[in-house]
Design a protein around this ligand. Structure first.
Ligand code: SF4
Length: 310
């Protein structure tokens, strides 16, 4: 397995000249920011099915829930070949251990949502997804997927990065020998992460595990994974991160002398007020937890958030 998680990216966003007109849609956040954290797997469905460059552009037509892909002028139907390709490529993406995907918005192949689907009478319904994006979602329903335009929002970009790491952690857990003890352990390590993202789902997952003895482990594991990845979709904010930091500080307070408690509370407050980055209080919490052997704190995945230091 690669050290950096892998993400898939629509090739045109990387500056590859694969668009129907021979152009690209280079997106700086992908090549400048995401490529520092992730190994990139480039995918251009239309090139990979042999449509070539330049090529006739295509449209989605018919039922928005099961649209066909046809040439804009010729009406040539690419639906069958693209659906078959999508199934096979999505399975390969799973084998490659890809942990997230950035897709080109609006594309009849790659667009994850809001892709216009033309009716037979010519009106457009904007509710569709591209055929490759559909295949990806069908094969890998928990895979974090984002359209490139949403990455321009720094909070959504950070959230995507966290979801990619969360997906990798969940996938690694889920493929190990399943046990209720293992699931409880995963939950215990992610409690503060969940608190920062979605407190309601944290409580839901706690109840799910408390009642887990009543049902089959496989069903509990599947439900846990679904809710866990849904929770991560809710972006953590300064306010919710502060709440998680205060929990950690509270946990440590009995082990710190008054000066240490004051310093930590001050740094958490500095973060709350936007004076220091999250990495600053996290580094201090890590140091105190290591010095005092605070196992519950040290195991928290929240301390190792992307970009928060070693
Ligand atoms: S949107 Fe998808 S199919 Fe279209 S050029 Fe980009 S990668 Fe290729």
């Amino acid at each position: 397995m690669s050290i950096k998680p892998r993400i898939g990216v629509s090739s045109c966003l990387l500056g590859h000249l694969v668009r129907h007109d021979g152009g690209h849609k280079h997106h700086r956040t992908v090549t400048d920011t995401l490529s520092r954290s992730f190994e990139i797997v480039a995918v251009c469905p239309e090139m990979e099915v042999g449509m070539g460059v330049p090529r006739e552009p295509v449209d989605l037509v018919g039922n928005p829930r099961a649209p066909r892909m046809v040439g804009k002028r010729s009406g040539r139907d690419w639906t069958g070949i693209m659906r078959r390709y999508g199934r096979e490529r999505a399975a390969e993406i799973g084998r490659l251990e890809v942990c997230g995907f950035v897709l080109k918005k609006g594309s009849p192949s790659c667009g994850p949502d809001r892709v216009p689907v033309r009716s037979e009478t010519g009106t457009a319904d904007p509710a569709g997804a591209g055929l490759f994006a559909r295949a990806l979602a069908g094969a890998l329903p928990l895979l974090p997927v984002e359209a490139e335009d949403r990455l321009d929002d720094a909070a959504l970009c950070e959230n995507f990065i966290e979801r990619v790491h969360g997906y990798r952690e969940w996938r690694d857990h889920a493929r190990a020998a399943p046990s209720l003890a293992g699931l409880m352990d995963f939950h215990a390590s992610h409690k503060l992460t969940l608190l920062a993202h979605d407190e309601r789902r944290l409580r839901l997952l706690g109840r799910l595990l408390a009642e887990a003895g009543n049902g089959p482990l496989e069903a509990v594991t599947t439900r846990y994974g679904n809710v866990f990845m849904e929770a991560l979709k809710q972006p953590a904010t300064r306010k919710t991160n502060t709440n998680a930091l205060q929990h950690l500080a509270g946990f440590l307070s009995g082990r710190l002398d008054p000066e240490g408690r004051k310093q930590l509370a001050g740094l958490v407050d500095d973060y709350r007020l936007g004076r220091v980055p999250l990495s600053a209080p996290l580094a201090l919490i890590r140091r105190h937890a290591a010095e005092h052997g605070a196992a519950y704190v040290l195991r928290q995945n929240f301390l190792r958030r992307p970009g928060s230091g070693p």
